[in-house]
Ligand binder design. Sequence first.
Ligand SMILES: [Zn+2]
Length: 164
Amino acid sequence: MTDKPTLDPSCLRPETDPDTFDEVWVVHGGSTILPQQHNGLRSFRSVSQLTETLAGRLAHEQMGLRLYAAGSEDFIWKTARIAEQAGLSRDEYSLFKLGPLTRTVMCAHCHTLTRNISMTLITCDGCGATLEVRDHFSRLHGAYLGVQADAETPGILPTVEALT
Ligand SMILES: [Zn+2]
């Protein structure tokens, strides 16, 4: 395979050389992709396939493993939960957000997760409420908090802005 993913070295700690990684796992997103390993590169057809395999793998790992996860915010926080459930400490895994600046927002009222949000005001996928996206982040849910946008003054909405 020649499509070994390239990691932007600037997102890694200075002493980290991606060429020294024992393994690189990547999601290719095709239904014909089977879990396979070739020269340390392992391909998966979906994030869920990769994370399920990771959970099984980490359950049998010994101390000393270092895990680097790079991808969407959803992906890196899901990976963080798996790492913590397997007993890795925060020093043993590193997370790097890649791709467009979007957030997953959890509605404070119905707890529905609305994904790929890029603006400060959204409509909840669950209850339809107009939510203002806050900077409060829940690691447990891997999501930012969204609260009723006109809670203080019904009918008066804050200005819509792009998330930064
Ligand atoms: Zn809701």
